[in-house]
Each structure stands twice: as C-alpha cells, then as structure tokens.
Design a protein around this ligand. Sequence first.
Ligand SMILES: Nc1ncnc2c1ncn2[C@@H]1O[C@H](COP(=O)(O)OP(=O)(O)OP(=O)(O)O)[C@@H](O)[C@H]1O
Ligand SMILES: [Mg+2]
Length: 457
Amino acid sequence: MKITTKINVITTAWLLLILIAINSIVFLSFMTITFNLVQNEVQQKSSDIIKVMKKNDEQGSLNDKLLPYLASHGFLRIIDDQGHVQTQVSNDQYLLKKIDPEFLRKEKTTKRIIRPHGGEEQIIIYQHPISNSGKVTGTLEIAERVPGLELGKDVLLGILSFCTLLGAVLSLLGGKWLSNIIIRPISNIIGSMEEIEQSGVPKKIVIQRETKDELNKLAVTFNRMIDRLDVTLEQQKQFISDASHELKTPLTVIKSYADLLRRRGIQNVDMTLEAIESIHSEATRIQKMTERFLDLAKTEVDEDLDFKLIPLTEFCQRIIQQLEVAYSRKLKFHTENNKIAVLADELKLKQVIIIIVDNALKYSKEQVEIFVEENERHVIIRVVDYGIGIPADDIDSIFERFYRVDKARSRETGGMGLGLPIAKNIMKQHHGEIKLRSKEGQGTEVALLLPKESKAT
Ligand SMILES: Nc1ncnc2c1ncn2[C@@H]1O[C@H](COP(=O)(O)OP(=O)(O)OP(=O)(O)O)[C@@H](O)[C@H]1O
Ligand SMILES: [Mg+2]
C-alpha cells in the first residue's frame, strides 16, 4: 500500500472513530436532557396546579382550572380518597384507559415511567397528594406522553450520521491533499534517486519553497550529499586524468627504449645498457608511483586506525636512524621533554614523518632538524630545513595532488607531488593538522599537530 493511502486510511478511520464516539455522547446527552426537561416540567406543573387549586377555591370549575395545564397528549385527573375519579381533563383516551386511577395515602409525590409498546415512546405518570389541614384528601394525577422525542431522536440521529459521513469524506479528501504535500518532497527524492540509478549521474532535487520542516531538511541534506558526491566524482576524474598523465611519461620512455632495442637489436652494447638502465629507472618510478596511489587511496577513506600511545622521543629517534642510513645524511633531533607521548596509529604516523623528512632532505642540502614539542592542546612534531624553500605563490597549492613547484626538478628528485596530500589525509584521520611555512631560498618548516586527547576514529 502506498504511504499516502496508508496515511489517508489511518487518519480517516481514526477520525471516524472519534466522530462516532463524540456523536454517541451528544445523542445520549440529548436524549437524557430532553427527558429530564419534560420530567421537570410535569413536576413543576403539578406544584402549580396544587397552588392554583388552593388559592382560587371558589372561582370556576375544577375542570377549567386543570385545562390550561393539559399537555397535547395526556390527562390530568383528581382522585378522591375513595379512589374514584373526582374530575378529569384528557385528550388521550388511550392513556385514560391504560392507567388506572390510584389514591395516594402518603404525603409523597411519586413518578412512574412506562413504555406502553416497549419501544422508544415513554409515558410519565406523576402523582401528587392533595392535602387539607394536614390530611391527605385526594391525589392529583398527571400523565403525559413525552412529546417529540421520537422525532427529535430521529432528526438528531440523521444529522449526526450525516455529519459523521461528511467528516469522513472531508478527512479523506483533506488527508489526500495533506499526504500529497508531505509526500511530494519524498517522491522528488525517490525520483532523483531513480534517475541517478539509471543515469549514474548525481542530480539535485529542485526545492520549490524554503520551509523549515524536516522534509525540507531531508531535501537539503540530500542535495548536500549530491554536492559532495559531485566533488568526489570530480576529484576522482581529476585523479584518474592526473595519474594517467603522470604514468604517460615513464611509459613513453620505456616504450621508446623498447622500440629502439627491437629495431636496433642488442649489438650496440652502450645503447643497450642505456636502454635497460632507463627502462629500469622508469619502471621503478612507475612502481613507486602506484605505491603512492595506493597510499593516497587508503588515506582518503575513513579507515579504522590502530591507535596506540606512542612515546615520541624513541619513536622519532628510531625513524631518524633509519632515514640517516637510507639517505646517508645527518639529522638533528631536539626535544625539551623526553616523556611526550601521543595516541596515534604507529605506521601512519611514521609514514607522515617520513614524507616530511623526505621532502626536507630532498629539497635542502643543509641541515635538517626535527623537534618534538607540546603546547596546551597539541603534541607537535616540527621538521625544519634550510633549503630552497617554496615560492609564496605555490604555498596554497602545495597540498593538491600531483602539485610540484618545479616539475623538471621534481622529476630529478623523483617527486610525484603526492607526499603532502597523503600527509594531510593522515593528519585528518588523526583529527590533527599539518602546517607549512616556507620562504623561498631560506627554508621550510612543517609542523604536525596531534591533539593531546586524540580520539580514535
Ligand atoms: N621542504 C620542502 N622544501 C622545498 N619544497 C618543498 C618542500 N616540501 C615540499 N616541497 C614542494 O612541494 C611539492 C609537493 O611535495 P610532495 O611531497 O607532495 O611531492 P613530491 O615531494 O614532489 O613527491 P612525492 O610524492 O614523492 O612526495 C614538491 O614537489 C616541492 O616542490
Ligand atoms: Mg615529497
């Protein structure tokens, strides 16, 4: 069942239930109130008749006094202490025959209600004692059919049923209209999703009106997600294009040397050696490049890191030792506090430090220094070199993938422009930061800031 139909059916059923309950209460209250009114009227009438009888004893006949109080269907009669009807006025022979006269001995009014046909029609019989000097001398008997209740009941029932039906129909229509309003944004989202599924192209939802409700929020969030997806797709496309471009040069070199060998053979030893050397060096470059691609891909997703408390002095000194051997260069280590430790993924942190120190060594022939420090919120690993530095215009782009200041020079140094983006991603995974300051010709300083309360992702 469609959600709109579901909402419609449920709300209508619920409203119908409420209407039936309310209408039943209205109907029952109406019946009770009407009946009570008639009862009170009869009671009042009996007291009035008694008063009139006492006041104007000698004026007019008793019949004349009773007549004004006669209801449209009923009788009034006075019964003497022998149980005989002394006088009576009536316009309902049936009632006269049906109800036998009765003398009440006690000074107490009585009230009876009978249903002559067992149906809805009711007859009120009211008996009031007539006393004289403290002695009961007769009974005033009033009988009345409760007028109009049958008709009133039917009319009321009709009106209430009509209103209930009207309410249900209006609720159905209103529900349809309302659920359409509610469902429209959801249908839009479903439509967009289906289009995306078919075309494979992210598409935003058109938001007609800016409302502050949850559905608008849903649409806005959906559009934000599409924006992000767009950016990611664009980045992916860019990456593929950059990566293919980067791979093209070494592959062209390899291919041309392979062609040369094929055409000229291996007779010319010098040329053959040169070709093999170049093929080897370019193949190594491709190998390194693919490793870098994989590293970058790994750091771009929110991977689960293996957080451990790392004592930084020993950790950095170990890395420094390895790098000194690998690069045959000396590195200087400084720290004011040997106890500084940080929560981090050991392998990833080592990778960042190597990327930064590798740059410092590659782009400086001078001394490279590594500092381990801390401030209130961060543990900081600072790598300082006094090398060629980075021109001010390039600093903003330095963390972009494949960005190299001097492409020709980078080729000599084997750089691919992927080190810093990888380092930035790793720092992000650690909820940390990477800051770079540089002056062309003077040197570069890279600071890795790790939060002291590093939270595992
Ligand atoms: N310490 C530094 N001194 C001078 N230039 C630097 C320094 N660090 C980075 N750069 C500049 O920033 C560019 C990008 O650095 P990045 O580490 O991302 O790439 P790369 O070193 O060229 O290649 P690789 O992917 O092998 O690290 C470098 O090509 C270089 O021009
Ligand atoms: Mg680098």
